[in-house]
Ligand binder design. Structure first.
Ligand code: GRF
Length: 209
């Protein structure tokens, strides 16, 4: 809902590929009048992403940019993505289960203005299957991290992190569920910090547009 309260809010795009539960958590949090960001755009690279329906139901503009017609031309896919972000005057990008890797070029363009959530206590367990690997490694604590995106995967300055204790006899599913519940709290908190300018990627000035 546009109105005076939305005037100074950062305009945020959430990029998804699937379920979109973190996207929904961000949309919910951003409904608060005093939240410093508005989720104005959801982009999916998959036409069948389950998260598209709840975004539409909340009245958020959704755009599908299917990566497949672009084949190996990652630059062309990213140009289409970037054009959409600019068209909607996006200030900050939140990756939420977005399963495409970016070129250095795209990351540099959005450096300091693009966040990701990863289901592990980075720098531990970058990549996929983090819960299974955490259990196999026998760690006592697992968790979730929100970080600024840099060209290296699952790296970059950490904005917020929260630990989850690993319980005796825990299954991958139960650990994943408890981490996900933490993610849904953590991502809105981290976006708030960045949108309010209370946290920034030091020494990494945001690219000018
Ligand atoms: C989350 O676990 C997130 O940390 C990871 O991908 C998953 C996305 O889940 N990057 P959802 O689509 O937000 O439900």
């Amino acid at each position: 809902m546009a109105g005076p309260a939305t005037v100074n809010k950062k305009r945020v795009a959430v990029l998804i590929s699937g379920r979109g539960s973190n996207m929904t958590a961000l949309i919910e949090a951003a409904k608060a009048d005093n939240y410093p960001a508005a989720i104005v755009l959801v982009i999916s690279n998959r036409p069948d992403a389950a998260g598209l329906a709840p975004a539409r139901a909340e009245g958020v503009v959704t755009v599908v940019i299917d990566h497949r017609p672009f084949g190996d031309d990652r630059d062309a896919f990213e140009r289409a993505l970037d054009a959409e972000l600019r068209r909607h005057h996006i200030d900050l990008v939140c990756l939420a289960g977005f399963m495409r890797l970016f070129t250095k070029n795209f990351v540099e363009r959005w450096r300091g203005r693009m966040l990701n959530i990863h289901p592990a206590l980075l720098p531990q367990f970058t990549g996929l299957h983090t819960h299974r690997r955490a259990l196999a490694a026998g760690v006592k604590e697992h968790g979730a991290t929100v970080h600024f995106v840099v060209p290296e995967m699952d790296a970059g300055p950490i904005v917020a992190q929260e630990a989850v204790p690993v319980l005796e006899g825990e299954s991958e599913e139960s650990l994943a569920a408890r981490v996900l519940a933490v993610e849904h709290q953590l991502y809105p908190q981290a976006l708030r910090l960045v949108a309010e300018g209370r946290v920034s990627a030091s020494g990494e000035a945001a690219a000018s547009r």
